[in-house]
Unconditional design. Sequence first.
Length: 84
Amino acid sequence: MMSYNGMECLGGGFPMMMFGGIFMLVFWGLIICLIIYAIRKWSPNNKLDQIDNAVDVLRQRYSRGEISTEEYRERLQELTDKNL
């Protein structure tokens, strides 16, 4: 007489169940990371941060004497007019 083992019916038993659980964790982890990346990339605050960084670099260049006062004012005007 043949004995019936339910795990044999599924074709793999415990190792396959562990792989499935690990795969599901990795899958959902990737999905969550993609959502966080998309929110950060397309958030309106991201553009303002880039403008602030550009203005900071411009100020540093001006304070070191790498650009003239006229050039500083022109570039600052361009940064603030285009993006605000």
